[in-house]
Design a protein around this ligand. Structure first.
Ligand code: NAD
Length: 406
């Protein structure tokens, strides 16, 4: 039997519908139990990540569906302490998050110093949803510390070129509007990072009539932004004049406290990348001269000594999830179809996969797309036999080589 627990972020009505199930009622739910709440602390987050991995009697999951790699990270960190036979020391955590992780791991270590070893023995592998999580997995593979096979769902074209781009194109303006109700048209909006997410965000802001400026470190993406008609500048040249700042880099301290010190009064700062450290939230919290005023849930004004304030969305966490309800289910269906196929691959190929990061094969990526055509009334051409022979492409696909860029 497979033990699968799903760790995803949902808004409350969606969660309620899943709990009730197709044929259930609120009084007699027949769906899937969900344990979640919005606005949990970092400490609660890690405590419950550990609980989600605890199936009782020292058992854990066989297959992990991860988003950002936190479940995988906790297992690996716990395993490493056990391997070194060192009890985790929360006081040695580099920041609040690491302290919270070490606290949870210490509690487990004191009860059973081989707890994570037993969990790892049972894991077939994990499938990872997002750019940042995959980056972590690749680093572990490189250092040869990856403890089980992993499947990079993000690399499926039907994931990163849809969820990241079109999903964010939808949910970025949704998050900004629900939180602030400001007019986006006419404003100068800085999009930091012109990768898959940044492309969708920049397009959405332009669609609202904003004057969009991009920042980038990669010359190819910078050139793409320019060819798409966006100005590309350094953050330092923009901090004093722009109205809205959105980070989508997967990097850290892209908006620093120093930047925020120089911003206009009422500048809006939000992050749609994975971690809150794209904006220097720690810097804001730790500066004794900065006063936090809560405007409403998931929207705060941080006031500096000179009286000017910046308005931060969702405490620097993913603003489209904190201030709105994330991506629409249609685009998430692409991502989760890939997750399902990845989970099937882990089960079907149990014991055959190495401790590496794998991609889903092209024909499955195409299958995910094909499954969603009907919903949009899309008519697809089919190659004739003559054409198929001419192009040397099978009639049923795959239609592109692995390195085609879409
Ligand atoms: N909020 C969501 O719903 C959602 C959805 C998908 C992905 N994500 C997250 O968004 C982030 C970006 O994902 P992506 O798929 O676009 O990644 P990506 O790698 O395609 O794009 C990131 C871009 O940021 C640029 N960059 C990195 N550091 C920079 C810096 N200091 N200044 C300016 N640019 C910089 C990179 O060159 C790259 O082009 C990741 O953290 C990912 O996990 C969020």
């Amino acid at each position: 039997m497979l033990n699968i627990k799903l760790n995803i972020k949902l808004n409350d009505p969606a969660a309620a519908a899943i709990v009730v199930g197709k044929n259930g009622t609120p009084e007699k739910p027949e769906g899937v139990p969900i344990f979640a709440w919005k606005g949990e602390s970092v400490e609660e987050y890690w405590e419950y990540t550990a609980k989600a991995l605890d199936f009782g009697d020292g058992k854990g999951p066989n297959c992990i569906v991860d988003d950002g790699g936190d479940a995988t990270l906790l297992i690996h960190q716990g395993y490493l302490f056990e391997e070194k036979e060192i009890a985790p020391d929360p006081s040695k955590g580099k920041n609040r998050e690491e302290k919270a992780i070490f606290t949870v791991l210490l509690e487990i270590y004191e009860k059973d110093p081989k707890y994570w070893h037993k969990i790892v023995d049972e894991v077939y592998g994990c499938s990872e949803e997002t750019t940042t999580g995959v980056h972590r997995l690749e680093q572990m593979e490189k250092k040869k510390t990856l403890l089980f096979p992993a499947i990079d769902v993000n690399n499926s074209v039907t994931k990163s070129k849809f969820d990241n781009t079109y999903g964010c194109r939808h949910s970025l303006p949704d998050g900004i509007m629900r939180a602030t109700d400001v007019m986006i048209g006419g404003k100068t909006v800085v999009i930091a990072g012109y990768g898959d997410v940044g492309k969708g965000c920049a397009e959405a802001m332009r669609g609202q009539g904003a004057r969009v400026v991009v920042t980038e470190i990669d010359p190819i993406c910078a050139l793409q932004a320019a060819m798409d008609g966006f100005e590309v500048r350094k953050m330092n040249s923009l901090v004093k004049t722009a109205d809205i700042f959105v980070t989508c880099t997967g990097c850290k301290k892209v908006v620093t406290i120093d930047h925020m010190r120089q911003m206009k009064d009422g500048a809006i700062v939000g992050n749609i990348g994975h971690f809150d450290h794209e904006i220097d939230m720690d810097g804001l919290y730790q500066d004794p001269d900065v006063v936090r005023e809560n405007i409403k849930p998931q929207y705060d004004r941080f006031v500096f000594k000179d009286g000017h304030g910046v308005h931060v969305l969702a405490e620097g966490r993913l603003l489209n999830l904190g201030c709105a309800t994330g991506h629409p289910s249609f685009v998430m269906s692409f991502s989760f179809s890939n997750q399902v196929l990845a989970q099937l691959m882990l089960v079907e190929q149990k014991g055959k996969l190495e401790k590496k990061v794998y991609n889903l094969p092209k024909h499955l990526d195409e299958k995910v797309a094909r499954l969603h055509l009907g919903h949009l009334g899309i008519e697809l051409e089919a190659l004739t036999e003559e054409q198929s022979k001419y192009l040397e492409i099978p009639i049923e696909g795959p239609f592109k080589s692995e390195n085609y860029r879409y």
